[in-house]
Write a protein of this length. Structure first.
Length: 452
């Protein structure tokens, strides 16, 4: 054992429910609530010092465990059972080392135990690997948090060679030998990042679209939000199965944004587009881009990247290559990104970027971010409507990975009540001004997410 290595002593978890202030639509399903999975992991160093780390993540079952036959509560219940399975795997392991090493060692067991849990529950569908990653992520995050606290460092100071063999060849094979995590993940966060504001498919663009005001003092329309936060980056959710609506939505967003940005004296702003894998094929995407370019050249010119337009099962849709689309605009995988194999396959299929997500695990995120950067891929960090500690982790990932130019964070829109315990300690994260999140504060011990 290295002097810095840890072993796990205790693991516990709980869940917490919050209602959304307004509906958010994921992949054709309107969601009005979120269940948070909160984990605590106590570790001990080889020198006998103990520390406790915390991790938190939404159990985004609509996104991580989509099903055509099982209702919301059924897949949520399954993910709660999988979370208990993950807790057991972490609690029982005798593996010592760095958090990345421990989680990497446990991943196969986490996945196989989750599959067994699904069979025991007699679920209609097999447990998706993505659902297991989401359920395991708070425990992995708590491990990184505890490790950093044990050494009185930000966890981002512990990804160098003095704490682990951080050569990617160890984790990803000989093709990545000599690639170091520390060359792609910074010890200190960038000072600030532009924030991508989510425009859900149900969100009103203009005042006439507000059929039932929320009335809680927060903005009601896109224009109101642009003025309220000084937004310059907008993420547009699209349906992927209604070409006319999708094109019209982008054109409508451009009209609403133009009015608000003119009031601000702002001439430059950007869009990302998210189809949540609902496009039937790449031809739909190409026709969509052609129509947007024809109907609103200004809107087309603002598109920075496109997320996962077609199905997450890349092996089943190898014909949906993205080369023609990515020549116009970067196309990134999101739901498909599970491991190195999926990253390499996506790259072969013409995807030019990858969406990192804290909900897939801190360990996986820093390893695959380093691999993707080594392959010169476009990187972005995406949200799962993460509030509180989970948002701090997600924002910190974006602020420490080299090349990430913006951060998505939409809990302030849909679940602001869950942010309350952290707002005073991290005002730059939870109060957006001039369209940016102030990330220089993301350098505390561990994950740095404890309220002060």
């Amino acid at each position: 054992m290295r002097p810095t290595d840890i072993t796990i002593k205790n693991v516990s978890f709980s869940t917490e429910d919050f209602s959304y202030r307004t509906l958010i639509k994921f992949g054709g399903v309107a969601v009005d609530r979120v269940t948070m999975l909160n984990a605590e992991v106590e570790v001990e160093t080889s020198q006998g010092k103990r520390s406790v780390g915390k991790g938190s993540m939404p159990l985004g079952n609509i996104w991580a465990f989509p099903s055509k036959t099982m209702v919301y509560d059924k897949t949520l219940g399954a993910m709660k059972a999988i979370a208990a399975s993950c807790a057991s795997v972490y609690a029982k392991t005798k593996t010592s080392g760095h958090p990345i090493e421990i989680t990497w060692e446990l991943e196969k067991e986490l996945l196989s135990n989750a599959e067994a849990e699904g069979r025991k529950l007699n679920l209609d569908d097999p447990v998706p690997p993505l659902a297991t990653l989401v359920c395991a992520s708070p425990f992995d995050a708590a491990l990184h948090d505890a490790y950093g606290k044990a050494h009185q460092l930000s966890c981002y100071h512990t990804y160098g060679g003095e704490f682990l063999d951080n050569d990617l060849g160890r984790f990803l094979g000989n093709d990545f030998k000599g690639v170091k995590i520390e060359d792609h993940v910074m010890k200190e966060p960038v000072a600030s990042l532009p924030l991508y504001h989510l425009i859900g498919a149900l969100d009103p663009l203009f005042s006439q679209d507000v059929l039932k005001p929320v009335g809680d003092g927060l903005p009601e329309t896109l224009g109101d939000w642009v003025l309220f936060n000084g937004l310059t980056h907008l993420k547009i959710k699209l349906n992927g199965d209604d070409l006319g609506w999708d094109v019209g939505r982008v054109v409508g967003v451009e009209k609403a944004a133009e009015v608000a940005q003119k009031q601000r004296g702002q001439s430059t702003w950007h869009y990302s587009l998210d189809f949540n894998e609902k496009c039937k094929n790449v031809e739909y995407l190409l026709e969509f881009l052609a129509q947007v370019k024809e109907k609103s050249p200004a809107a087309f010119s603002r598109i920075a990247y496109i997320e996962q337009p077609t199905g997450r099962d890349l092996k089943a849709s190898r014909a949906n290559v993205m080369h023609a689309a990515s020549k116009q605009i970067p196309v990134v995988i999101d739901e498909s990104l599970l491991d190195l194999e999926s990253l390499l396959m996506a790259r072969e299929m013409g995807y030019t970027g990858a969406a990192l997500k804290a909900c897939k695990g801190q360990s996986q995120s820093v390893v695959l971010a380093s691999a993707a950067r080594h392959m010169k891929m476009f990187l972005c960090v995406q949200d799962l409507t993460c509030p509180g500690a989970s948002l701090i982790q997600s924002a910190s990932l974006a602020a420490h990975v080299k090349g990430v130019s913006a951060i998505e964070a939409n809990s302030r829109q849909y679940c602001p009540a869950a942010n309350t315990p952290w707002e005073k300690s991290f005002p730059g994260i939870f109060k957006i001004t001039n369209g940016s999140m102030q990330t220089s504060c993301l350098n505390g011990l561990g994950l740095g997410a404890d309220p002060k």
